[in-house]
Design a protein around this ligand. Structure first.
Ligand SMILES: CC(C)(COP(=O)(O)OP(=O)(O)OC[C@H]1O[C@@H](n2cnc3c(N)ncnc32)[C@H](O)[C@@H]1OP(=O)(O)O)[C@@H](O)C(=O)NCCC(=O)NCCS
Length: 156
């Protein structure tokens, strides 16, 4: 599975992917702005079925978003995206990766735990969800390199 850096011109494709995966809309302009920020990069798989957006700073990195189109899930795309992003962040001297995940998002939590992430915090009512409700975010942390779970990596 080949992962490569996404270019800013691909922001509309990434926004469309994001829209398939989350209720919260991130439009192409917002994604392009994040991609252009210092220390931030996006990786996408060669078929453009998923992407990850990561910000590196001060020896740490943070996953800003991760999504894989519903039609191509459970094929290891997210696992390879997270692992490849950690490797790239390590080249920018990051040795720890953080992220926030909805505490009810079991698929993502299982994925991250398999890669060695553990909970280091809870943000109560962090996410706005329909009907005026709020849901908690777990803050997860992992040391880089992440645990390997058996996928071979190829960076394009
Ligand atoms: C979470 C998400 C990124 C996973 O993408 P994916 O490419 O399907 O993940 P992978 O194929 O790499 O899954 C790796 C492992 O995670 C776990 N996992 C993934 N999806 C799961 C699910 N729906 N239920 C239970 N476990 C799941 C499994 O252990 C899986 O390994 P297996 O398929 O061998 O059992 C994808 O479901 C998605 O885009 N969801 C919506 C957006 C989102 O929640 N993003 C994360 C926000 S922090």
């Amino acid at each position: 599975m080949i992962m490569r850096l996404a270019e800013i011109g691909e922001a509309p494709v990434l926004a469309a992917l994001h829209g398939q995966c989350f209720d919260e809309i991130w439009n192409a302009a917002a994604i392009a702005e994040l991609m252009a920020a210092p220390g931030t990069f996006a990786l996408v798989d060669e078929d453009q079925t998923g992407f990850i957006l990561v910000r590196t700073a001060g020896g740490e990195c943070e996953v800003l978003t991760l999504c894989v189109a519903p039609a191509t899930r459970r094929r290891g795309v997210a696992t390879v995206l997270v692992t490849a992003a950690a490797e790239r962040a390590a080249e920018a001297n990051a040795n720890v990766m953080f992220l926030e995940v909805n505490a009810t998002n079991n698929p993502a939590i299982v994925l991250y735990k398999r890669l060695g992430f553990g909970a280091v915090g809870l943000r109560k009512g962090y996410y706005a969800v329909p009907h005026g409700m709020r849901e908690d975010a777990l803050v997860l942390r992992a040391s880089i390199p992440l645990l390997r779970v058996g996928f071979s990596l190829q960076l394009g």
